[in-house]
Ligand binder design. Structure first.
Ligand code: ADP
Ligand code: ZN
Length: 739
C-alpha cells in the first residue's frame, strides 16, 4: 500500500496527546491547519500539530480542512510551552487560542436595541436589570446590553416581543482602523523623551532584525534577542504617553502591537487617549466584545490587518501574523493571574510569547512586582525609569491617621482628621476619593439575639449584606438570598446587626456628614453594569461628583483631574491575610490609590487610616521610600526561599465529600517522595475550605530555584493514584492566591 500522509491532530479538549488521522487522498494539508475529525461518535475540531508519512491503515480519516486561519509555528510552540509549564493538557492550552468561525455567516452583523418608553407587562428582577441598564433612547448592541445587565439574550428578546425595547440594525463597522503614528505627536518632557527614545529604538531594532537587515546589528547589537523592559514610572509620570511612542514605532515598522490591560472593560480613558494620539480607536479584545466581532477580529489579526490590539489577558493567544511589540500595562496586577481552569499568569506568558516571537516586551508599572524587579537586578530585563510626575506635579503627600489615637466611635469609619480634610478639600471645589476594598454594606451579619452568623451554604465564607439590593450575597460563589426580617435561627424580628464596613455603609455615613455633596459608590457589582460604570467614571473625571467611595475598581489607572484628597479607610485590611504576597499587594494597592490624588493642576494628599503606622508597608508608603520597601521585601522573600528565589506550585484537591477530598490529598502526599531541594507541605484544609459546594484540601510544593518543578510534579502525578469518584485535582504553578 502506498504511504499515507498521517496527521497528528490536537483536539481542543482536556487531552494531552495529539491523535493520528489519515489524510484522504487529494487533501492538501499543512501543519497548523484547522481540521474536522471524527472523535468517538462525534465530529470535533482540531489542529494539525505535525505531519508525517506512514502506512496509516487503521486510522480514521480527516473529514475536512476548515476555512479558518491556520495556527502558525510560533503560536503552536507557545501552546506547547504553556502545556509543559502549567501541566495542563495540551488540548486545553490549544483551546485558549483556537477560534473557528461559526458557519452562520448571514446573521445580521450587529443588532442594537433601544427603549420604546413602554412599560413591561410583567417585571422580573432580570427585566428590571435590563431596564436599569438601558439609557434613555440610546442604542445598545444587544449582546452588550445583555452582558451589562447580567441576563441572557432571551430576556432582551422577550422585552422586544413585549414592545418595551425595539431592535435597530446597525451598519457593520470596519473591523480595525489604521492608527496613524504621526497623528498628534505629544510634546514629551526630557525624561519621557529619553525613555520613549529607548523603547522606540528597541522596537525599531527588533523589527529590523525580522527584516534581516545588517543595519539592525549596527543599531544595538541585540539581533535575535528582543529584550524585556520594565517601564517603571511613578503614578502620573506619563507611562502611557511613553509606551505609545513604542507603539508608534511598531506602526512605522509595519509590525503588530499588543497592549494588555488588567481591566479592559473599564478603560474608556485609555481609548480616548489612544484616539488622541493615533486618530482612531484600537481594536479591543475582551469578554464584552460580541462573538461575531471577535470572530472577525481573530481572522483579521491572523491576516495581519489589525495593527494594534488592546485587550484583556485572553488577547495573548491571538494568532498575530507579525507581532512586533507587547506592552503589559500595570504588570503587577493580580488580575493577570487566571485561576479558573488552566492557571496562568498573563504577564509571564507575555514574556514567553515575546521570546518565541522575538519581539520586545514592555512591562509598565508604578509599583512593579518583586519578580520583575528581581529580573531587572539579575539583568534579565532592562529598566527604564520615569522618576517624576509629568508637568512638574508633585506626588501626593501621604500621612497616617493613627486610629489608636484618633479613635472613631463604633459604627463610624471616618476619623475626625479625615473629615476635616474632606471639608477643606470640598470647600475648595475639589474631589475626594474614599477607598475601602470591601463591596457591599457589611462583611458580616449576625443576630443580636442568638449570635447566629449568616454564612454561605456552599462556601466557607460569610454572606455580605448588600443593602441597595436588600440581599445577603456570597462573594465567592454569588449565592444570593433575601435579607430576612426575622433571624432564620431564632426567629427574633429585626435582630440582624451588620458588622464592619463596606462601601455602601461608608456612603451612608458620608450622606449624613456631607448631606449637600454629590457622592457615588463604585465597585465591581455596580448596578447597571459596565456601560453605566464607564459613564460614571467619565462623569467623575468631568467633576460630576464631589465624593467618590470605591473599592479597588477606582484605585487604579484612572485619571480624575479634580481629585486632590484620597482617604484610605482601612489600610490594614490586606495585611492580615497570611498570603506571602500580602505586604507587596497592600503596598501596591495603597501606592496606586493614593496616587490618584493631585493628578490635575492642584497638588494632592492622602490620609491613610491605620492601626499599624509602624508596619513596614505603612512606613514605606508614608516616607515615600519605595526602594527601601522593595529591598526589605525582596530580602524577606530570599530568606524564605519564596518566588522568585524559589518555586511554588499549589495542588488543590476538591470533592463534594469532605472525606473524599481529604483521603485523596493524603494519598497524593504519601506518593510525593520529594527529592533534595523539594518540600511538599500539607495537605491542609484550604483557608476557604468549601467553595461552591466543594470541600478543598491544599498541598504546597516548594522547591529551590534550580529544581525542575514541572518534572517533579509530572513524575509525582504519574505514580500517584488517579482521582476517582468526583475528586478533582487542580495544579497551580506560581500560585498567587493561597485561599
Ligand atoms: P501614568 O500611567 O504613569 O500614571 P499617565 O500616562 O496616565 O501616567 O499620565 C498622567 C497624566 O499626565 C495624563 O493625564 C496624561 O495625559 C498626562 N501627560 C503625561 N505626559 C504628558 C505629555 N507629554 N503631554 C501631555 N500630557 C501628558
Ligand atoms: Zn458561596
Amino acid at each position: 500500500m502506498a504511504p499515507h500522509q498521517i496527521a497528528d491532530v490536537l483536539i481542543p479538549l482536556a487531552l494531552d496527546t495529539a491523535y493520528s488521522y489519515a489524510a484522504p487522498p487529494g487533501m492538501s494539508l499543512a501543519e497548523g491547519d484547522v481540521v474536522q475529525v471524527p472523535l468517538g461518535t462525534r465530529e470535533s475540531l482540531g489542529v494539525v500539530w505535525s505531519l508525517r508519512e506512514g502506512a496509516g491503515a487503521n486510522l480514521k480519516s480527516i473529514t475536512a480542512v476548515l476555512d479558518a486561519p491556520p495556527l502558525g509555528p510560533k503560536l503552536r510552540r507557545f501552546i506547547d510551552w504553556i502545556a509543559r509549564y502549567t501541566l495542563a493538557p495540551k488540548g486545553s492550552a490549544l483551546a485558549l487560542a483556537l477560534r473557528v468561525p461559526e458557519p452562520s455567516r448571514t446573521e445580521p452583523l450587529r443588532v442594537a436595541v433601544r427603549a420604546t418608553g413602554q412599560l413591561p407587562k410583567r417585571l422580573t428582577p432580570a427585566r428590571a436589570r435590563v431596564l436599569a441598564a438601558v439609557n434613555g433612547g440610546l442604542l445598545h448592541p444587544k449582546r452588550e446590553l445583555a452582558q451589562a445587565a447580567g441576563v441572557g439574550i432571551g430576556v432582551i428578546d422577550a422585552l422586544v416581543d413585549d414592545g418595551v425595547l425595539e431592535t435597530v440594525a446597525l451598519p457593520s463597522e470596519s473591523i480595525a482602523e489604521q492608527p496613524d503614528p504621526g497623528h498628534v505627536r505629544p510634546s514629551l518632557s526630557a525624561d519621557q523623551r529619553q525613555a520613549a527614545g529607548l523603547l522606540m529604538a528597541v522596537v525599531g531594532t527588533t523589527a529590523l532584525a525580522h527584516a534581516g537587515g545588517p543595519e539592525a546589528r549596527a543599531v544595538a547589537g541585540v539581533v535575535g534577542k528582543a529584550p524585556v523592559i520594565l517601564l517603571e514610572g511613578v503614578t502620573g509620570s506619563g507611562k502611557t504617553e511613553v509606551y505609545f511612542e513604542a507603539v508608534a514605532a511598531a506602526l512605522r515598522r509595519g509590525v503588530q502591537a499588543l497592549i494588555l490591560m488588567p481591566e479592559i472593560a473599564l478603560t474608556a480613558q485609555f481609548v480616548d487617549r489612544f484616539v488622541a494620539r493615533f486618530g482612531v480607536r484600537p481594536a479591543l479584545w475582551h469578554a464584552g466584545i460580541g462573538a461575531r466581532r471577535r470572530e472577525r477580529l481573530y481572522e483579521a489579526v491572523a491576516a495581519g490587518e489589525v495593527p494594534v490590539v488592546a485587550g484583556a489577558r485572553s488577547a495573548l493567544f491571538l494568532p498575530f501574523a507579525r507581532l512586533g511589540l507587547i506592552v503589559v500595562d500595570e504588570e503587577h496586577e493580580a488580575a493577570y493571574k487566571q485561576e479558573d481552569g488552566l492557571c496562568y499568569h498573563a504577564r509571564d506568558l507575555a514574556v514567553v510569547r515575546g521570546r518565541i516571537e522575538d519581539c520586545p516586551v514592555i512591562l509598565a508599572s508604578a509599583t512593579p512586582s518583586i519578580e520583575t524587579r528581581v529580573n531587572v537586578e539579575r539583568a534579565r530585563y532592562k529598566r527604564v525609569a520615569l522618576p517624576e510626575r509629568y508637568g512638574g506635579r508633585s506626588l501626593p503627600q501621604i500621612r497616617a491617621v493613627d486610629l489608636r489615637k484618633d479613635a472613631i466611635p463604633p459604627g463610624r469609619w471616618l476619623s475626625e482628621t479625615l473629615r476635616w480634610a474632606m471639608t477643606d478639600a470640598l470647600a475648595g471645589g475639589e474631589q475626594v476619593l474614599l477607598f475601602l476594598n470591601r463591596r457591599g454594606y457589611a462583611p458580616l451579619t449576625l443576630c443580636r439575639a442568638c449570635g447566629h452568623r449568616y454564612e454561605c451554604a456552599n462556601c466557607s465564607a460569610w454572606l455580605v449584606e448588600h443593602r441597595f439590593r436588600r440581599a445577603l450575597i456570597c462573594h465567592h460563589c454569588g449565592h444570593t438570598e433575601r435579607r430576612p426580617e426575622a433571624c432564620v435561627a431564632c426567629g427574633t424580628v429585626d435582630s440582624l446587626a451588620p458588622c464592619g464596613p463596606g462601601v455602601e455603609r461608608i456612603a451612608e455615613e458620608v450622606a449624613e456628614r456631607f448631606p449637600d455633596k454629590r457622592s457615588i459608590v463604585l465597585s465591581s457589582d455596580f448596578p447597571g453594569g459596565t456601560e453605566r460604570l464607564r459613564q460614571e467614571l467619565k462623569g467623575i473625571a468631568e467633576g460630576a461628583f464631589d465624593i467618590v467611595i470605591g473599592t479597588q475598581l477606582v484605585a487604579k489607572g484612572h485619571n480624575f483631574p479634580q481629585l486632590t484628597l484620597v482617604g484610605v479607610l482601612d489600610a490594614d485590611i490586606g495585611l492580615t491575610s497570611g498570603d506571602p504576597r500580602a505586604a507587596e499587594r497592600t503596598f501596591q494597592l495603597l501606592q496606586q490609590v493614593t496616587g490618584r490624588a493631585g493628578r490635575g493642576a492642584k497638588p494632592g494628599r492622602a490620609l491613610v487610616q491605620t492601626y499599624q503606622p509602624d508596619h513596614p508597608v505603612m512606613a514605606a508608603l508614608l516616607s515615600g521610600d519605595a526602594e527601601r520597601f522593595y529591598r526589605e521585601e525582596t530580602r524577606a522573600r530570599e530568606m524564605a526561599g519564596l518566588p522568585p528565589f524559589g518555586r511554588l506550585a499549589a495542588v488543590i484537591v476538591s470533592a463534594t465529600e469532605r472525606s473524599a477530598a481529604e483521603a485523596h490529598s493524603r494519598a497524593l502526599a504519601l506518593e510525593a517522595l520529594p527529592p533534595d531541594g523539594v518540600t511538599v507541605l500539607g495537605p491542609a484544609e484550604a483557608p476557604l475550605a468549601l467553595v461552591r459546594g466543594r470541600y478543598r484540601f491544599r498541598l504546597l510544593v516548594k522547591t529551590e530555584r534550580e529544581v525542575d518543578l514541572q518534572a517533579f510534579l509530572r513524575a509525582w502525578f504519574a505514580r500517584a493514584p488517579k482521582p476517582r469518584g468526583g475528586v478533582k485535582v487542580a495544579i497551580d504553578v506560581d500560585p498567587q492566591s493561597f485561599l
